[in-house]
Design a protein around this ligand. Structure first.
Ligand code: NAD
Length: 438
């Protein structure tokens, strides 16, 4: 695979062939119908600002070399340095990374953090690598993309199958290359390397702040509400834990190995401990006698008040949207519902709290981490929680009010909110009107 920026014709090609990216951009097209934007802004948001495809060649433990496909995409930086996580997964493709970078652009705008959007990824199944191989892979990836990132240019963070240990290796590698200390180059780092208190649970917590702020509008009473979660990783686990603490009954949880259903409710803490000791097997753990194994597909169709997809994209599609029985979908994963499925859910009056709002807690605390790194002054946990709550609640109400005002779905409302801020920033750089061109 060649290393280097894609040329514009490649970007066009991706546009023609990239189903995930095309689907992501459809959301923007829909929002523009409700909130027309200038042709200049539309043009600016059409393609990623830059995309890099690299070959990450790693020395394996047995002495052989293995090449992995890697990507970094910066979608837009009109509102500030671009920001976005790095995903390790066997299905990672340029199409997916472009879509994720696109979503990041809108997500940062919805919550008002001063960033543009980016994303990165490596096509790898981390379960096949030793820890040493994983470290070499992560450091080599940074070698390949170092010229594209930086505390004031583009700031990576964790995503699926990357964590604070990986971020620590990556930050260290960047510092070695640049011969200095640049903690603000990557967020989601270990505390000892300049991480922020409250980053680990920020995405799950942020989603819970959104849901709780809207409880009254959604006619949700925690003690009477049931929840099913797909995905029990960083995001899914903390969301489950916090909802459980708030009184919600968690009746189903899944991971890549399967799902567990218990109508009497599951305590996520002990189940997590069991999962970690038993190679991700959920069944047989500390639940009561009514617990039963179900499939991931069955979990999605359970009659619950709140369904929380917190794993992968494209989980609710035209294939199963007709069978979803949840009243509310809280999208903590990125892109779990396709555009076509959105239409079916809307018709069936199932409310979707969109990813670009619901899972924005992660990037918000990443922003806090970066602010702390840039100033060298670190905050107490309470301060992180308070500031996160304030931002998530404000964004939730703004989106809710925009939805009511325009009579649209909540996702479209979130895009409109983001577009307002993006339009302001792009136009502040000068538009055709500014140059007196009609
Ligand atoms: P993670 O790697 O910690 O956890 C992923 C979970 O999904 C694991 O429990 C895994 O077993 C499960 N999973 C994988 N494939 C599955 C399948 N086919 N069916 C059911 N479960 C499956 O990842 P994460 O950080 O929790 O991220 C989850 C989602 O949230 C992703 O879409 C990610 O982009 C999104 N997200 C994460 C953050 C963050 O801060 N980590 C922020 C915003 C959005």
């Amino acid at each position: 695979m060649s290393t280097g920026p894609l040329n514009p014709s490649d970007a066009d090609n991706q546009d023609e062939t990239g189903r995930i990216f095309r689907d992501a951009r459809n959301r923007l097209n829909k929002a523009i119908q409700y909130y027309p934007i200038s042709p200049d802004v539309e043009e600016q948001l059409k393609y990623p600002k830059s995309s890099l495809a690299v070959s990450v060649v790693v020395r394996m433990d047995n002495g052989s070399r293995r090449a992995f496909k890697g990507f970094r995409v910066r979608y837009d930086d009109s509102r500030g340095p671009s920001k976005g996580g790095i995903r390790y997964h066997q299905n990672v493709s340029l199409d997916e990374v472009m879509a994720l970078a696109f979503w990041m652009t809108f997500k940062c705008a919805v919550v008002g953090v001063p960033y543009g959007g980016a994303k990165g990824g490596i096509c790898v199944d981390t379960k096949e690598l030793s820890k040493k191989e994983l470290e070499r892979l992560s450091r080599t990836y940074i070698d390949m993309i170092a010229d594209m990132i930086g505390p004031d240019i583009d700031i990576p963070a964790p995503d699926m199958y990357t964590n604070e240990m990986v971020m620590g290796w990556m930050a260290d590698q960047y510092n070695r290359i640049k011969r200095g200390k640049y903690p603000g180059v990557i967020t989601g780092k270990p505390l000892s390397l300049g991480g922020s208190l409250g980053r680990t649970d920020a995405t799950g917590r942020g989603g819970v702040y959104v849901l709780r702020r809207l409880e009254e509008h959604l006619q949700l009473v925690p003690e009477k509400a049931t929840v099913a979660l797909q995905g029990f990783g960083n995001v899914g686990f903390y969301c489950a834990q916090l909802l459980h603490e708030a009184g919600y009954k968690i009746v189903a949880i899944s991971n890549s190995e399967g799902a567990i259903y218990d109508p009497d409710g599951i305590d996520p803490g002990p189940l997590k401990a069991w999962e970690q000791q038993n190679k991700e097997i959920l069944m047989g753990g500390p639940t009561n006698g009514k617990a039963q194994a179900i499939s991931n597909e069955e979990l999605l169709k359970l009659p619950v008040d709140v369904l929380v997809p917190a794993a992968l994209e494209n989980q609710i599609t035209t294939r199963n949207a007709h069978e979803i029985q949840a009243r509310i979908i809280l999208e903590l994963a990125n892109g779990p519902v396709t555009t076509a499925a959105d239409a079916i859910l809307e018709e069936r009056k199932i409310l979707v709290i969109p990813d670009i709002l619901a899972n924005a807690g992660g990037v918000t605390v990443s922003y806090f981490e970066w602010v702390q790194n840039q100033t060298g002054f670190y905050w107490e946990l309470e301060e992180v929680h308070d500031k996160l709550k304030k931002i998530m609640e404000k964004a939730s109400i703004n989106v809710w009010n925009t939805m009511t005002e325009h009579g649209c779905d909540m996702r479209t409302a979130a895009y409109i909110e983001a577009l307002k801020k993006l339009t302001e920033a792009i136009e502040a750089h000068g538009t055709r009107y500014y140059f007196n061109v009609p």
